[in-house]
Structures are given as C-alpha cells and as structure tokens.
Design a protein around this ligand. Structure first.
Ligand code: NAD
Length: 357
C-alpha cells in the first residue's frame, strides 16, 4: 500500500512525539511492506514565527492532498499574549473547520500494566474501556457573536453556544456507529436542565437513535458525568457530547488511564482524517526527551485502522505498546518505583523492536 501523509509536528513536544511516532510508522512500513510518503507542514507557533499566520495556506493544501494528517501539538508561552487570531491554537480550529472534521474520537482504555499509574484505585479503573465522541466544529468555540467589548463603561466578554439539528444528527450518528461495533451503549451528555442548546441536543439525539434500534441510549448532565467518570468509569461505553463539554470530559477520561501522554485521538468527518495526541505542547518538558510518545504512536495505530483499513498493522502497534509497558519501560509521566525510566526516543525504539508481522 502507498499512502501520502501530511505531517504537522507543531510546537514544543509535538516535534519530539511526532518524530518518535514516525519511526514506528517506518517500522510498520518495513515489516508489512507498505510505503508511507510524508510531506511536512508548519502550523501553530512554528508557522507564526516563519510566516506570520497560525495555519499557512500551503499547510492546508498539503493536508487536502494527503490520505491522512498526523499532528503533534501547537502552542506555548511565547505566543500566549498574541491577539486571538494570531494564537497558535487557531491553527487547530481552522484545520478542523477547513477539513470538515466534526467528530473527535478519543478512546480511554487502561493498559493493564498501568493500572497503578492511575490516581484512582485499581478497582475503579481496571478494565476501563470507553470512547468520548466530541463534536468538534460547533458550539461555544465557533459560535458568533463573540468578543470583548465595552458596555456601560466596563468590558464584557461574550460567546455563543449554538447547534443546528443537522450538526447534532451527524455527531449522534458518528457515536451510534462507533457503539455498534463495541458495547452498543451510548450516553449523551448535555446540560438540558439549563441550556436551550442542550434541550435541542437531547431531542435530536433521541430522534436519531430511532435509526439504531440495538443501541441503548442514556442521557446525563455534564456535571454528573464529570463525577461519574471519576466514581465509576466502567459504566460507560461511548459518550457523545458537544464541543466544550467534550474538551473537558475527555481530559478527565484521560487521567483515568494514568497520563494524558497515553491518549490518542482521531478527528473524522471530512475526506481526510486527522490523528493527534490529546495532550498539548507541554512547554515544561519540551526539548528534553521526556515526553511520552505513546499517545501519538497510538494515534498512528488509529490512522492505520480507520483511514487505511490496516487492522493487522494497528494491532501490531497496540500489542507492541502493551509489551513494552509489561516489560516495565516508562516515561516520566507514568513512572513508578521499580520500573525503568526511558526517554521519548528510547520508548519509541522499544516499541519498534517489538513490532512483528
Ligand atoms: P499540556 O497537555 O501541554 O500539558 C499538561 C501537563 O501534562 C504538563 O505538565 C505536561 O508536561 C504534561 N504532558 C502533556 N503531554 C505529555 C506527554 N506526552 N508526556 C509527558 N507529559 C505530558 O497542556 P497545557 O499545559 O494546558 O498546554 C500547553 C500548551 O499546549 C498551551 O499553549 C496550550 O494551548 C497547548 N495545547 C495544545 C493542544 C493541541 O495542540 N492539541 C491541546 C492542549 C493544549
């Protein structure tokens, strides 16, 4: 198989974890006889420094011409004081919007070797295997009007949470389809007791569920869901929710697994899907070979499975990750006494060594 991949390392540890993930992809290519051609693009702070915009047209064009996109992370303190339109994070929002990536799929599955790395008790997290499906191109992060303006001699900030029926329908279908291939349970999370947007969300999700008679659909308020994720995460199979709720809940779900450095994600919906770790650019550890590359490597496995239908190759990566963790290798974020501390590159090398056809 020949595939063309747009690679956007971004900023901070994005550069390190993407480099590590590409060594794993290269090993997959060699082992299973595939050719993966990369074309690198700038985005985020790196693009602001080089070209003065967070997402250059050239990068977007490369993504559109590719079979999939791998992204590291963007952002950092250097650009924190930039005006809104010149912030690195604008690149992510623009990529999602321009590529039509309205569905963000974030699995949170606990690796058995890492149960003790979670801040929660073993009996709470052992066996957790859930997916958060987050709406990615609507809601509060994109709604207008938005801004900061002067009213009655003081500044006010305002944003708009807005969803159309069709936006809710398509994300609900995305969640139902994923659940059909798993435990067939979907929990739709909203704030329908307060927000009109959520009332419409709930009505449309219930209506759309009629197309999926095998699915068991439940509803939960977002505040209760935050609590339930910590109290009893094993009750969930697939959670579907709007953009901001999903942003927050998926980070909480991330911590169940021990570290945000373990969590992969896929953003789908358009003709080209994007694969990226859930974490950010981690300026505190950037450039020190300390970042955990597993989230990005697992994102590459998702790319192989979902965009290229290479299930065997994806399995080989996931098995290699399991094996390395079982052998006791850990980056700093998941390190516990008695295990072997390794850096970003070494972790990727250990995973490569365990990839077999
Ligand atoms: P972060 O995810 O970058 O870091 C949070 C904490 O987790 C830090 O202590 C960091 O060291 C640690 N961490 C994150 N990834 C890790 C990994 N792979 N291995 C080991 N430790 C890891 O979140 P933040 O500190 O809130 O944000 C830093 C910057 O990243 C900001 O500019 C923010 O806007 C940006 N950001 C980007 C994305 C993205 O590109 N998708 C997502 C979130 C935040």
């Amino acid at each position: 198989m020949n595939k063309k991949i747009a690679v956007i390392p971004g900023d901070g540890i994005g550069i390190e974890v993407v480099a590590a993930a590409l060594t794993v992809l290269q090993k997959i290519g060699k082992t299973f006889n595939h050719t993966f051609a990369y074309t690198k693009g700038l985005a985020g702070g790196a693009a602001l420094d080089a070209l003065g915009v967070p997402l250059p047209d050239e990068t977007l064009a490369k993504c559109r011409e590719s079979d999939a996109v791998i992204l590291g992370a963007v952002g950092g303190p250097k650009w924190d004081m930039n005006p809104q339109q010149l912030r690195p994070e604008q690149a992510l929002l623009a990529l999602r919007k321009e590529l039509g990536l309205y569905s963000n799929i974030r699995p949170a599955k606990i690796y058995s070797a890492l149960v003790d790395a979670s801040s929660l008790k073993r009996e709470v997290v052992e066996g957790v295997d859930l997916i958060v499906v987050r709406e990615l191109t609507g809601g509060l992060y994109f709604g207008t009007p938005r801004g900061i303006e002067s009213r009655d001699r003081e500044l006010v900030g305002f944003n708009t949470m807005i969803y159309s029926e069709s936006e809710i329908q398509r994300i609900a279908r995305s969640a139902f389809e994923i659940a059909m291939a798993r435990g067939k349970k979907v929990c739709s999370v909203d704030k329908a007791n307060i927000l009109e947007t959520s009332q419409l969300w709930r009505t449309v999700v219930i209506e759309t569920a009629k197309e999926y008679s095998d699915i068991e659909l439940t509803h939960m308020y977002v505040d209760n869901c935050a609590m339930q994720l910590i109290r009893n995460p094993k009750q969930f199979d697939v959670i579907v929710t709007e953009n901001m709720f999903g942003d927050i809940l998926s980070d909480a779900a991330a911590m169940l697994t021990g570290s945000i450095g373990m969590l992969a994600s896929a953003s789908v919906g358009g003709s080209v899907a994007m694969y990226e770790p859930v974490h950010g650019s981690a300026p505190d550890i950037a450039g020190q070979n300390k970042a955990n590359p597993i989230a990005t490597i697992a994102s590459v496995a998702m790319m192989l499975r979902f965009s290229f239908s290479l299930g065997r190759e994806a399995d080989a990566i996931e098995k290699a990750i399991e094996d390395v963790l079982s052998a006791g290798y850990r980056t700093g974020d998941i390190y516990t006494k008695g295990t072997t501390l390794v850096g970003t590159r070494e972790m990727a090398d250990h995973i490569c060594q365990r990839i077999v056809s």
